[in-house]
Design a protein around this ligand. Structure first.
Ligand code: GDP
Length: 523
């Protein structure tokens, strides 16, 4: 069964912990790329095709996320890349709705960092199972036992060490696999595969003593006793519930510990899981195709103005050219020329299965959160829009370009990184974002892709809330009283733009019949 062999995951980490390096090594094991350095190379190639990404390059950040599929052992692994920069948290959030598990990378010297904490909170909301890789063991770092303590207390998740380091930094000798007992030696420049690594069946093997010396051997044995007393053994159920994280150690740049991690990952990480919709739970073993869109990327090729909707398949089978029902629009569409992401290139998809992601070309008909089915009227839930925290008013240098500006803002907000508001009582165009950098990206792209020179200036808005009220009369009253602070978002939904938090609190108190929502579910 195809769903059973799928492993769909994302890497979460603080910038610089080694996500890109680890991704590259994982792809190497999957045979997806031939040469180390190709992940960076691939990024560079994309820059060439899409100019706005020059901005991304300038800033040394990864703004967009993509999908990489590779086979390993008897499994098919889908790795969904998450944007690295903190400003793109919302985008990252939605990628995490499309995976079945996550891999958390932690820098051994820096320990748990701020971005990791945030990403972990997101995983928590959905009880996503998480594995942990402690990276950069070739450098001097924190004591592993203290680090485990830190993960447990700061992130509030139980740790179960799967491997344990023998030394660290210049004294790094290898790792012990706590489940098999095997000792894997660290040999700089080797360790690419099991075949060219030195592996002993246990710490008691005389070869280990020769390789690491008596002092180190005593030290490790002592540590392992402590570890056994201080940590929990691996518990598959607790891992799947998101309550325990199995921990491995290594050095991505040296390819050390990466294969151990991957072996453990494909064996234990969950297959595609059942998912909630507005009407029922959809099981991955069902025969009919269902899926949802978690990401839109516009103008991947500026020559063609195309937009690609990334759809995670939840059940059934996708075959090239098939038709699918688009419940939000109430129409069937042909999924022609869908993309898959095998290896490092985009290819035309022949077929795809639960856990896989396909890219569907469209001209703006598909939105983030949309469901596709084979006729059934249902919608996957749990892909929210967050209320933005930062607001700017768009101002044109050339007032004649208003139409293009509106079009550009509307289309770019469909990608989900920014939100676009039209106040009821003025002609302003207000853009909301969760991070400052997004305004720069939008300004750059407006110029590059729409030929519009726009400025973003301060506006007196502190926060936004989607407004709901079951009583149409009360809603009307509320709208009449507060029209100055009300706006419509790109989807036409009513939003309250509060000039201050205090104002929001007061308005909420005055209108207990009205709901003020900080997130809006894509319906
Ligand atoms: P990302 O921002 O999380 O994608 O991190 P990168 O993969 O780009 O790595 C950040 C930096 O750490 C780069 O200079 C890498 O070469 C370096 N790095 C990654 N893994 C290791 C490692 O195992 N040991 C050491 N010493 N450096 C590493």
């Amino acid at each position: 069964m195809q769903a059973k062999i799928r492993r769909t995951f994302a890497i979460i980490s603080h910038p610089d912990a080694g996500k890109t390096t680890l991704t590259e090594k994982l792809l190497l094991f999957g045979g997806a790329i031939q040469m180390a350095g190709s992940v960076k190379g691939r990024k560079a190639a994309r820059h060439a095709t899409s100019d706005w990404m020059a901005l991304e390059k300038e800033r040394g950040i990864s703004v967009t996320s993509s999908v990489m599929q590779f086979p390993y052992e008897d499994k098919i692994v889908n790795l969904l890349d998450t944007p690295g920069h903190a400003d793109f948290g919302e985008d990252t959030y939605r990628v995490l709705t499309a995976v079945d598990s996550a891999l958390m990378v932690i820098d051994v010297a820096k320990g748990v960092e701020e971005r990791t904490i945030k990403l972990m909170e997101v995983c928590r909301m959905r009880n996503t199972p998480i594995m942990t890789f402690i990276n950069k063991l070739d450098r001097e770092g924190k004591d592993p036992i203290e680090l485990i303590d830190e993960v447990e207390s700061v992130l509030g998740i139980q740790c179960a060490p799967i491997t344990w380091p023998i030394g660290m930094g210049p004294r790094l000798k290898g790792v012990v696999h706590l489940l098999t007992g095997e000792v894997h030696l660290f040999e700089s420049g080797r360790n690419f595969t099991r075949q060219d690594s030195t592996i002993f069946p246990s710490l008691d093997d005389p070869g280990v003593l020769d390789a690491i010396g008596q002092n180190m051997l005593d030290e490790v044995r002592e540590q392992l006793e402590l570890v056994e007393g201080a940590t929990n053994p691996f518990d598959m159920e607790a891992y799947l519930r998101g309550e325990q994280t199995p921990v491995t150690f290594g050095s991505a740049v040296n390819n050390f510990g990466v294969q151990l991690l991957l072996d453990f990952f494909v064996e234990h990480a969950p297959m595609p899981q059942a998912r909630e919709t507005t009407t029922r739970k959809v099981d991955p073993t069902e025969n009919k195709l269902t899926g949802f869109v978690f990401k839109i990327q516009a103008n991947m090729d500026p020559q063609h103005r195309d937009r690609v909707a990334f759809m995670r398949i939840c059940s059934g089978k996708f075959t090239a050219g098939m038709k699918a029902f688009h419940p939000r629009v109430g129409k069937e569409i042909k999924l022609a020329n869908a993309l898959t992401f095998m290896a490092s290139d985009r290819e035309i998809a022949q077929d795809a299965f639960p856990g896989d992601v396909i890219g569907i070309h469209n001209h703006g008909t598909i939105a983030i959160g949309d469901t596709f089915t084979e006729g059934e009227n249902l919608a996957f839930t749990g892909i929210p829009n967050f209320a933005p925290e930062l607001f700017r008013r768009a101002r044109l240098r050339d007032p004649l370009k208003l139409k293009q500006l509106q079009k550009g803002l509307a289309q770019l907000s469909e990608e989900g990184a920014t939100q676009f508001f039209k106040p009821m009582m003025s002609n302003d165009l207000i853009l909301g974002a969760v991070g400052m950098l997004q305004f720069d990206v939008v300004a750059y792209r407006l110029k590059d892709e729409y030929g519009v020179d726009a400025l973003f200036e301060n506006v007196n808005v502190a926060t936004a809330r989607w407004v709901r009220c079951d009583d149409p009369k009360k809603l009307e009253e509320f709208v009449n009283k507060n029209a100055l602070n009300l706006a419509n978002d790109a989807a036409g939904e009513l939003v309250y733009l509060a000039p201050t938090r205090v104002n929001l609190n007061l308005t909420q108190e005055r209108h207990p019949e009205v709901q003020f929502l900080a997130t809006r579910e894509h319906a």
